[in-house]
Write a protein that binds this ligand. Structure first.
Ligand SMILES: *Cc1c(COP(=O)(O)O)cnc(C)c1O
Length: 490
């Protein structure tokens, strides 16, 4: 199964071989049984591999070469904004004054870190056009839930207990209906029209005095800007609902347009996408939430404030929805985002948006003769192609995504959004050169040609990876969490 004959680390084990050297113990030995109680202490040693330091280095280096990352290749995973993460962010995050502090330290000893967080909030207020921002939420979806809980608290404070519904367009990101459900609301779907935008007539049909909020992903997951946004805002506000802006994909509008100016009441941002926090594999994220003045009382507590004596956390917030995360957000990701904003400057951030949109439109136009383009209009940071033409020839979008691996690319997001048959959602980001975009386009065109001339090569792809097709259902349902020596029957 493994083409490169790389043994598993468990197969390399030699009894007694060690990969580390520790100094001699110079503190008293602690009896774990006494400390934890008998039932929590192992009776046998864990079966860990015994290998040398060199073996372990080679093991991890070999694994890393099998992986895809932004630093190793183009990664056009739609909606995920896999842009380059500048390495200066990493050096700043490792400054001792940021990396070696403890969240329970006296405030007077961490004023610099608090100033950075405060300043980041000020920048995000300016970028979004909102009145206040919290850095607590740890991810986009967490920000969505936090924002909805605040909207709920706002309605309840007004004695408005019947607002049970959150309206979500069918082109929204999947986390939107999920967050609304977790926040205790019922979701109502509003349809897209033939241009891929929210259908205003359908929206008017579903709003009412039970509307708590409309959640809008903008640009939507088709990569299209919702042009009727001002009218949508007025429809929702007229019935007393709130407007939630999913700003995870702010890469497309940053420094050009602000959710606050469009009439939105709440917005979340994904600092790990637009603002270059490294992400993927469930790593730490940061999903700050910005609100307009009337929602400020409900922000999660504490709030970071500036006083004459310096920066401090204000816990005296009787109407707050409470804490949503231990301490105050994922500080390391916030340091990276702050570094990014300061190194780019306002003009730099504007260029990011312009190039992100230019790159996506360039790719969309060059690829559209070869694949179906369901919504043929200017896109923002990403676009969606359909593989239905190839499907008629017996090749699915999944096959083409696998074939891209043979060219060394991470595939785009596939089968999303749900309203596109055999969808491929491509987001190049602004950090890629024209040469990289052209190489990827050439690979896609070659794959389209293969589908017509030699479909098996696509249907059986990938050919060059260590493992061919995974049984993805089995991988999800029965992940191997612990190595077991294969028995004879296997
Ligand atoms: C990525 C994304 C989210 C979810 O963000 P997480 O940090 O993964 O929770 C929400 N909405 C949109 C539009 C996104 O692209």
């Amino acid at each position: 199964m493994h083409k490169d004959n790389q043994p598993l680390i468990f197969e390399m084990t030699k009894q007694g071989r060690v990969g580390y050297s520790l100094p001699e113990l110079d503190v008293p030995v602690v009896d774990l049984t006494e400390l934890l109680g008998q039932e929590l202490v192992r009776e046998e040693f864990a079966e860990l591999p015994e290998v040398s330091e060199l073996d372990i280095m080679r093991h991890y280096t070999a694994l890393s070469k099998r992986n895809h990352g932004v630093d190793s290749g183009f990664y056009p995973l739609g909606s995920c904004t896999m842009k380059y993460n500048p390495k200066i962010n990493e050096s700043v995050a490792r400054y001792s004054g940021f990396a070696n502090i403890h969240p329970l330290q006296e405030e007077s000893t961490v004023q610099g870190a608090m100033e950075l967080m405060y300043d980041l909030q000020e920048h995000l207020k300016e970028i979004t056009g909102m009145d206040e921002v919290t850095l607590q939420p740890a991810a986009g979806a967490h920000g969505e839930w936090t924002g909805l809980m605040m909207i709920r608290a706002f309605h309840e404070a007004n004695g408005d207990f019947n607002r049970t519904k959150v309206i979500v367009p069918d082109s929204a990101h999947g986390t939107n209906p999920a967050s609304a459900t977790v926040a205790g609301f019922e979701t109502v779907t509003v349809k897209s029209n033939e241009h891929g935008l929210v259908d205003l007539e359908d929206l008017k049909r579903v709003v009412g005095d039970d509307t708590a909020a409309l959640m809008l992903t903008n640009p939507n997951t088709l990569g299209l800007f919702e042009e009727d946004i001002l009218e949508m805002a007025s429809i929702i506000h007229k019935v007393g609902g709130k407007l939630y802006y999913d700003g995870a994909n702010l890469n497309a509008v940053m420094s050009k347009a602000r959710p606050g100016d469009m009439g939105f009441d709440v917005v979340h941002l994904n600092l790990h996408k637009t603002f270059t926090g490294p992400h993927g594999g469930g790593g730490p994220g940061s999903g700050p939430v910005g609100v307009q003045a009337d929602l400020i009382p409900y922000l999660p507590k504490p709030i970071l404030i500036k006083t004459d004596e310096g920066f401090t956390f204000d816990y005296d917030r009787p109407e707050s929805i409470g804490r949503v995360k231990p301490f105050y957000g994922n500080f390391g990701i916030n340091v990276r985002a702050y570094t990014y904003i300061r190194t780019m400057g306002p003009d730099g951030l504007k260029k990011v948006t312009e190039y992100a949109v230019l790159n996506a439109n360039y790719m969309m136009r060059r690829l559209s003769p070869h694949f179906d383009l369901p919504y043929d209009r200017h896109c923002k940071h990403e676009f969606v192609l359909s593989g239905r033409r190839q499907k008629k020839l017996g090749v699915r979008t999944l096959d083409m995504a696998k074939r891209l691996l043979d060219f060394g690319y991470h595939p785009p997001t596939i089968y999303f959004p749900l309203n596109v048959e055999e969808g491929m959602m491509i987001e190049p980001t602004e950090t890629e050169s024209k040469e990289t975009l052209d190489d990827f386009i050439d690979a896609m065109i070659q794959i389209a040609r293969e589908v017509e001339e030699n479909p098996e090569i696509v249907q059986n792809a990938p050919h060059t990876t260590v493992i061919n097709r995974l049984d993805e259902t089995k991988a999800a349902r029965k992940p191997v969490l612990r190595y077991q020596k294969p028995t004879d029957s296997e």
